[in-house]
Write a protein that binds this ligand. Structure first.
Ligand code: ADP
Length: 307
């Protein structure tokens, strides 16, 4: 392992998208994996980026693991579960509108926190730990509690724990469980990176300040509120800054805008400790991501030359 490890925890899925003539194109994506991808693309060689999930023992799990490794992301911490398969989703296109169908109810990733010793070792091996509301939503409740307890331990040990609430109501059994568990995720973290439209819709925040205030009151120290084309508001240790989004000529596909922003932001922040500069850099990366199709935009298209 290289000197410093960034560990992202969650579910990567098989993605099927329309390729014309009724054909489907296969890819791999998932919020925490996308962020690991962009963190890897933007971080220097003294950092290793690892993905923590569970996969099955079928050919598709092998292919996904090879894809993750091919992106330069560590796969040694991925558990393999006999008889299981990865989750899958399909992007449907009707009159230019996208909708998603999911097959993830019994995916291997749901067992990612089922081995507490393995989880603890992985978290202990990392300096930065990244997870999301989707990570928590897919776990059985007792496993979500196990993960949160390891996350709290990491925070207490002075690690940078980063949480994106990524609120997806249909993954949760009830609004109550969703509110309580996401709030617990934020309370257990150092840095929280919500998207304002989700927070307004599902936590009833009537302003960005309300979102910042709610997460600070829970115990998060630093907050980055993403607000699409309207930029981001940072609150680091109580100090507020606004960073505008970059102007984009033509928005092609906003999939992974927030995930790419998070990965690029964290990469730059870890190297500079300068949150506003990291947000400006991440706005540039996210602007390129929304100008291209798909969740994962190749490094060469991200304008990272010179690094
Ligand atoms: P999420 O995908 O989590 O909802 P946002 O929509 O807030 O996240 O987008 C995250 C970041 O992506 C924004 O902070 C901004 O930098 C960039 N972004 C998103 N939409 C646009 C857009 N239309 N024009 C320029 N940048 C955008």
């Amino acid at each position: 392992m290289n000197g410093r490890r960034f560990l992202s925890i969650g579910e990567c899925m098989v993605e099927l998208s329309q390729a014309g003539d009724g054909l489907l194109r296969k890819g791999f994506a998932g919020d925490t994996f996308n962020t690991a991808w962009y963190a890897r693309a933007c971080l220097g060689p003294d950092w290793s980026v690892d993905y923590f999930t569970a996969l099955g023992d079928d050919a598709m799990s092998d292919e996904m693991a090879a894809f993750i490794a091919g992106a330069g992301i560590g796969t040694n911490l991925i558990r393999r579960i006999k008889g299981k398969t990865p989750g899958l989703y399909m992007i449907n296109l009707k009159n230019g509108e996208r909708s998603f169908s999911y097959w993830r109810d019994s995916s291997a990733a749901r067992s990612l926190a089922a081995d507490p010793d393995h989880l603890r070792e992985a978290v202990e091996s990392a300096e930065v730990i990244y997870f999301s509301g989707i990570t928590l939503a897919i776990l059985p409740q007792e496993d979500a509690a196990t993960l949160l307890s390891e996350i709290r331990r990491a925070k207490a040990a002075g690690k940078l724990v980063v949480f994106d609430p990524n609120i997806r109501p249909r993954l949760w059994s009830s609004y109550d469980v969703m509110h309580t568990t996401i709030s617990e995720g934020a309370r257990s973290s150092v840095l929280v990176m919500p998207s304002f439209d989700d927070e307004a819709a599902h936590f009833g925040d009537d302003s960005i300040e309300a979102t910042i205030h709610r997460y600070r009151a829970l115990g998060a120290l630093d907050i980055v509120v993403k607000n699409g084309a309207d930029g981001v508001n940072l609150n680091f240790g109580g100090e507020e800054t606004f960073v505008p989004a970059e102007r984009v000529k033509k928005v092609v596909d906003t999939t992974s805008a927030g995930d790419s922003f998070n990965g690029a932001f964290l990469a730059r922040y870890l190297e500079s400790q300068d949150a506003p500069a990291a947000a400006r850099f991440a706005a540039g990366v996210a602007a390129r991501v929304v100008s291209e199709h798909g969740a994962l935009v190749a490094r060469e298209k991200l304008g990272l030359s010179g690094r």
